[in-house]
Design a protein around this ligand. Structure first.
Ligand code: NAD
Ligand code: ISE
Length: 339
């Protein structure tokens, strides 16, 4: 059975996902596309041999659409995800699930009322080969009990519109999801430290930032967010346990020996770094939609990430270490949201 997909948001990642769903994922077909920029929608629709529809609700309610991919701007996500649940359709929502924890809760409530999991949030690192190998090593007990994690999320540069608060909401949100998933543990404390800023930043920006997280199980994590590091897109992660340590590999690239130097390229963006992970994420999502049993990050994971981000931003503003106050996870999410 082919899963017929409608895409809401034909920008950078919507275009990318549309291409991969068309060219690289078996059993999927993009049949409808929309964007508030009608030209963008028309151009992507033509490219994918799909139809351009006037707005997101037309896509969700189109009887030819089995499942929806939301890749519009963050503040528009909650309404589309709620409408998809209302229509009883599976919905893959790029991060963030919603821009407030309150809206995330409206989504988890609606999904529980619908009685089955319909929502998946686009945390693609769960599909990255290196992170998956790290999770296998941790779960197998190879390094003993995890104690500490060191993470770095570096981007070459960001536009002037990037604000200091986005270090949590837009950037470290990936680490937040990965930490919770890798350790199968909850983040309960957060504190932001702001070192001397790089002179390569815009005046309004705290860059870099160091975010210190603590989990319920007592693991401490430092996350460096450095979005104007200049040299490339660099994602690092090491988990240190009682008996050993496990570290993400660098992406494979040819190593050139020349003039007394060993040289290799550093990737420049998330598209290249996580291309394989995005492919695996969509292959599995399409499969799970067909099976009726979603396996990726849930709406609850989206809610937890939103609360942790909001608390982290409060710490950025106050400089204090703050406890993260999450609601208790409903049984629905403990048991995978199956009826
Ligand atoms: P973008 O600005 O390139 O594209 C967003 C598109 O949504 C634009 O074309 C815009 O016109 C359209 N849009 C805005 N409001 C809309 C609405 N109400 N209905 C329909 N279309 C609307 O942004 P982007 O970089 O593609 O990011 C989109 C989303 O994907 C964001 O939530 C972002 O955080 C997320 N993202 C995730 C990753 C990742 O690594 N997983 C990477 C980049 C972006
Ligand atoms: C972007 O929005 C993403 O989600 C990327 O994965 C991340 O690495 C980048 O820092 C964000 O701006």
């Amino acid at each position: 059975m082919t899963v017929h997909i409608g895409i809401i948001g034909a920008g950078m990642i919507g275009t990318d996902h549309g291409r991969r769903l068309t060219d690289a994922v078996a059993g999927a077909s993009v049949v409808a596309v929309t964007d508030v920029d009608a030209e963008r929608a028309a151009s992507l629709a033509t490219n994918l041999d799909a139809r351009a529809l006037p707005n997101g609700h037309d896509v969700i309610n189109d009887p030819r659409v089995d499942a929806v991919v939301v890749t519009s701007w963050g503040p528009t996500h909650a309404d589309y995800v709620l409408a998809a649940i209302e229509a009883g359709k599976y919905v893959f929502c790029e991060k963030p699930l919603a821009t407030t924890a309150e809206d995330c809760l409206r989504i988890t409530d609606a999904e529980q009322a619908a009685g089955r999991r319909l929502v998946q949030v686009g945390y693609m690192r769960r599909y990255d080969a290196g992170y998956r190998a790290m999770k296998r090593a941790i779960d197998a007990g190879d390094i003993g009990r995890p104690l500490i994690m060191h993470c770095a999320h570096r981007n070459p540069a960001v536009p002037e519109s990037y604000r200091s608060e986005m270090a949590a909401h837009d950037t470290a949100v990936h680490e937040i999801d990965t930490i919770r998933w890798l350790l199968d543990d909850e983040i309960v404390g957060t504190q932001v430290r702001t070192p001397r800023p790089t002179s390569n930043r815009f005046e309004h920006l705290h860059d870099p930032q160091i975010i210190l997280f603590e989990t319920a199980g007592g693991v401490h994590i430092d996350v460096e967010v450095f979005v104007n590091c200049q040299y490339g897109y660099d994602i690092q992660c090491e988990t240190v346990g009682e008996r050993g340590a496990v570290r993400l590999p660098d992406p494979a690239g040819a190593i050139v020996r020349r003039e007394g130097l060993l040289r290799t390229d550093v990737l420049q963006g998330w598209k290249e770094r996580f291309a394989d992970a995005f492919h695996a994420e969509f292959a599995e999502w399409v499969h799970s939609v067909r099976d009726g049993q979603l396996t990726g990050a849930s709406a609850w994971d989206g809610y937890a990430a939103a609360v942790i981000c909001e608390t982290t931003v409060e710490s950025l503003h106050t400089g204090r270490r703050l406890g993260v106050q999450l609601k208790d996870m409903p049984d629905f999410y403990q048991h995978g949201g199956m009826p």
